[in-house]
Design a binder for this molecule. Sequence first.
Ligand SMILES: NC(=O)c1ccc[n+]([C@@H]2O[C@H](COP(=O)([O-])OP(=O)(O)OC[C@H]3O[C@@H](n4cnc5c(N)ncnc54)[C@H](O)[C@@H]3O)[C@@H](O)[C@H]2O)c1
Ligand SMILES: [Zn+2]
Ligand SMILES: [Zn+2]
Length: 306
Amino acid sequence: MKALVYEGPGKKSWREMPTPRIQRPTDAIVRIDTTTICGTDLHILKGDVPAVKPGRILGHEGVGVITEVGSSVTTLALGDNVILSCIKSCGHCLFCKQGLFAHCLGDEGAVGIGWVFGHLIDGTQAEFVRVPYAETSVHKLPARVTNQQGVLLSDILPTGFEIGVQYGRTKPGDVVAVIGAGPIGLSVIMTAGLCGASKIISIDIDANRIAEAQKFGATDGVNSGQADWKKQVLALTDGWGVDVAVEAAGLPTTFDMATQIVRPGGNVANVGVHGKSVELRPQDLWIHNNLRERVGEPLARRCETG
Ligand SMILES: NC(=O)c1ccc[n+]([C@@H]2O[C@H](COP(=O)([O-])OP(=O)(O)OC[C@H]3O[C@@H](n4cnc5c(N)ncnc54)[C@H](O)[C@@H]3O)[C@@H](O)[C@H]2O)c1
Ligand SMILES: [Zn+2]
Ligand SMILES: [Zn+2]
């Protein structure tokens, strides 16, 4: 089969790879129909995620058709069209039972790490993928949902909502600023209204992305390439800053920006994957702010489609 393979920082190739086979009774093989490129794949390609070794098939999002199931799989059948969660779930461990699938203790990839596709085991940017713990790691796609819509539920949309909007503790009336208007930032923007955001400010260095963000629900846009960007953001609040600042780019500078614009008592939600150290500056922030900061990996189960 053909697959997109990581060959080391800055290098990838579309090449012939062995077609995956069932290895454990709980596996399924899925023929990928639809997949996407996540900002995290871009981080991997920059060398920001050293756990990904050369030779790894990339990708952790996908919709496809089941072509083979292991001997203990009873609730999935050949021909089922399924969404793959980017997060594995054995369904039995302590953390799966608590709904903390991102920390699943199943030993596929690594114990305690839920994100394994395109990271610790081969991923979805391929013609076929082996899905461990298939019964508890895929969702059948209802006929009324297209594959292109469904694939957004593998990672991007639930991640934006859960890590950005929910971890940001967004509440009715809040002003939410979203730094980075890639697919993740746009998902935060799209779903912030579900928790009652009254104003959603999209911040990016790319004017086109800021303009796109308005189609997804941003009420305002600020270009952080401009020297007075912070003043512009504060002018959109009562001068004290935003209630929720969501970091959705994964850079030291964008994390720092989030801490600069959040109001006293506000929340910073960090969605970005960071390849370099980020600085939380308590020496400056303590007197100005008592912000709360949350980071995370999606549980990828909150936006069920069934
Ligand atoms: N926590 C998780 O589980 C999880 C899941 C998926 C993605 N992510 C991470 O979320 C982040 C965003 O993903 P994406 O797919 O939207 O990426 P993306 O690369 O498409 O988007 C990033 C955006 O940030 C903007 N940006 C860059 N520098 C900026 C600056 N100085 N000021 C303002 N904007 C700036 C870029 O112009 C771009 O629009 C990535 O770090 C990705 O790894 C995390
Ligand atoms: Zn992702
Ligand atoms: Zn588990």
